[in-house]
Each structure stands twice: as C-alpha cells, then as structure tokens.
Ligand binder design. Structure first.
Ligand SMILES: [Zn+2]
Ligand SMILES: [Zn+2]
Length: 162
C-alpha cells in the first residue's frame, strides 16, 4: 500500500488502498481537494477546487481515449476554451442589448406605470448606463440600462404607424 500526503491541502493519510488514483497521471487523488500530481494533470492553476478538479478530470475522461490530449495541458485547453466562449457570449449579450437600446431611442419606450416616453439622454458607464426618459404624461425618470429592460419594467414601444 502506498501512503502519502497531499501537496496542496496537506492531508496526510492518502493511500491507494482507500483512495482513487488519477487515470491520467497515476497519483492518488486527494478526496479533500481533488489534487493529483503537482504542476501537472488536473491540479494545475487556475483550477484549485475539488469540484473544478473533478469536473476537468471528468471532461478529459469523456473524450475517446485516442483523442485525449496530454493531461498536463488539459486545464489550460479547457480553461481557455471556456473563457473564450464566455467572452463571446458576453459580446453577444452586449450587442443584443445595444440593439434594444438603439430601438428604444428610435421608437421610444413604454413604462408599466408612466406610459409612453422618449429617451432624452443616455449616460454611459462601463457596463451599464442611465437612461433619462421624458414621458407623455409629463413625468421624467431615470432608468438603469440594461436592468430596466431585462426585467420587463421598461419596454421598447412599437413604432407608430404613419
Ligand atoms: Zn488535498
Ligand atoms: Zn492526475
């Protein structure tokens, strides 16, 4: 029986009789933090939690054996892939919201309580902006964009037929 300690969390009773070994590197997988070999395999930073290490190991095992890249590089590959996807999704969400905003400027807005209004000005911050709206009933109000749209509080009005 092999007995060792975990290089990451320090757990000292790791043994191959009781604990699983990593199918990629052969080291005992620490049940507390999920680490296997140090500076390699699924223990690489930025993956540092038990859940993430299990997830990365599982993703690698799901690939057909002859398509698995070197497990040492796997964390970097998946991390970059997922970060890129997240970035693309953020850009798409932003362009969807930009479209809403330009429609709102063009067509005006409808508020659940105040009725129809026109966007008078837009003050941009990094990830949101404030819409200053003047309503037909004489009221004026500020709204945070995009939250005022995404929760349905403020809606883009349909263009008026001439
Ligand atoms: Zn550990
Ligand atoms: Zn490993």
């Amino acid at each position: 029986m092999r007995i060792t300690h975990c290089w990451d969390c320090g757990r000292s009773d790791l043994n191959d009789a009781e604990h699983e070994t990593c199918p990629a590197c052969g080291w005992i997988i620490c049940p507390t933090c999920g680490a296997c070999t140090q500076f390699g395999c699924f223990s690489n930073t930025p993956v540092t939690s038990l859940y993430e290490r299990q997830r990365y190991r599982k993703l690698w095992l799901e690939l057909p054996a002859d398509e698995r890249p070197d497990a040492k590089n796997w964390v970097t590959i998946v991390y970059n892939r997922e970060r890129k996807k997240k970035h693309e999704e953020e850009l798409m969400a932003l362009s969807r919201l930009d479209k809403i905003l330009s429609d709102a400027q063009r067509c005006g807005v409808i508020h659940v309580a105040y009725g129809r209004g026109e966007i008078v000005s837009i003050e941009r911050k990094s990830s949101f902006c404030t819409l200053h709206v003047s309503f037909e009933n004489g009221k004026e109000a500020d709204f945070l964009y995009p939250s005022s749209f995404t929760d349905g509080f403020l809606a883009v009005s349909t263009p008026r037929m001439e």
